[in-house]
Design a protein around this ligand. Structure first.
Ligand code: PEP
Ligand code: MN
Length: 376
């Protein structure tokens, strides 16, 4: 059960203390307090774990100071959607809104290789009105002999260039909790010119200790990739690890699944699961067409497979796109074969906007059908 207090009520207030005294007398109930940023104010949420069947919704609602109460099912207690659950499906970070209802594009470098590539990328983003990007500094690689990313050595120039070109959020994978401190330090050293969304890659989806340490901080939002060889349920529980430690600013990314049955793409594209994740949870859903498809192959119509699958995700209501670009993919140190070129950014964004408009028309149409059905 989740008890959401009125915005003005906090742990020091008399109303809270009355409620706490009551709950302490109910056997086998554990209380966890979370401070969560609501639309306008900080909200206090009390998570009740244990024998919550002994508590009635009416009784909990009757306490002064209680705004609303949600009885959660066992599944995805914090990030999930439950009956009569009006908790938000959005958050704002560094001036950018992330929601189940809008769409942000994060085009950028799979791996930072040089400050020249970073600058070329950021320049192209600004020309095209973009304020988000991806920049890989810590790269988890299959072989220990492959380039592992420039790590903390590139952070300061990446952040400075982001500030120069008006980039507000950079998605950046971390593979160890020490990277969090390195990112914090570099942001501070450069005067906080941009924001960072911490990315947990598919190889670390179930690295529970990493999830817990990333979940314990609320400074940075988190992009969690679906595990490539585990069930959707297991990946959604991994997201719940972040929230159970206190960080609810979580975006869930679909990036394709390993099937080993001769897929023509690097991974089996799983964007049909966008509506499923949005139905089960309150997380905005990201798609990664680059790591799903893994190549610049084109269909007989001439359109890149990466653009086709992006369109498939956007028409199904995707909320974020993480996509690899590089000024010269032939020399990229990681994942060159799947990178789009700078001159492809504009047509890529145009294609996305055509499909997003079509998705919005689908919603309008549904609304018309539904209001027709209720008025007749
Ligand atoms: C990436 O986005 O750079 C990456 C390594 O992705 P994934 O974890 O999905 O393989
Ligand atoms: Mn990659």
């Amino acid at each position: 059960m989740i008890v959401i207090l009125k915005p003005e009520i906090d742990a020091e207030s008399r109303e809270y203390q009355r409620l706490e005294a009551h709950l302490k007398n109910v056997p086998n109930i554990e209380m966890r307090i979370h401070r969560v940023q609501g639309a306008a104010q900080l909200l206090t949420e009390i998570y009740l774990i244990g024998n919550t069947a002994a508590l009635s919704l009416e009784e909990m609602r009757s306490f002064p100071g209680v705004d609303h109460v949600v009885r959660v099912s066992e599944e995805y207690r914090i990030l999930g959607r439950h009956k009569n659950d009006n908790r938000p499906n959005h958050f704002t970070y560094n001036g950018v809104l992330f929601s189940q209802d809008n769409l942000n594009v994060f085009a950028g470098l799979c791996a930072v290789d040089s400050s020249e590539s970073v600058e070329a990328m950021m320049k192209a983003l600004r020309t095209n009105g973009q304020v988000c990007t991806r920049m890989g500094a810590y790269k988890p690689r299959t072989s220990p002999y492959s380039f592992q990313g420039h790590g903390k050595n590139c952070l300061e120039y990446v952040f400075e260039l982001a500030g120069k070109y008006g980039i507000r959020v950079i998605a950046m994978e971390i593979t160890h909790e020490s990277h969090l401190d390195e990112i914090r330090e570099a942001l501070r050293a450069t005067g906080d010119p941009t924001g960072v969304m911490l990315q947990i890659g598919t190889r670390n989806t179930q690295n529970f200790e990493l999830l817990k340490s990333v979940g314990r901080q609320q400074e940075f939002p988190v992009l969690l990739k679906r595990g490539f060889g585990i069930t959707l349920d297991e990946s959604l529980h991994a997201a719940e690890y972040l929230a159970s430690e206190g960080n609810q600013k979580v975006i869930f990314a679909l990036r394709g699944m390993k099937t080993n049955i001769g897929d023509p793409h690097r991974n089996m594209v799983d964007f049909a699961h966008i509506p499923v994740v949005k139905r089960l949870t309150r997380m905005p859903v990201c798609i990664d067409p680059s790591h799903s498809v893994g190549s610049r192959a084109r269909s007989s119509d001439g359109i890149l497979d990466i653009m086709h699958v992006t369109a498939q995700g956007v028409i199904a209501g995707a909320n974020m796109i993480l996509v690899d670009f590089h000024p010269d993919p032939s020399v990229a140190l990681v994942d060159g074969p799947q990178a789009l070129r700078m001159e492809e950014l504009e047509p890529f964004l145009e294609d996305v906007s055509i499909v997003r408009n079509a998705y919005e028309k689908r919603l309008e149409n549904l609304e018309k059908t539904q209001s027709g059905a209720t008025s007749s």
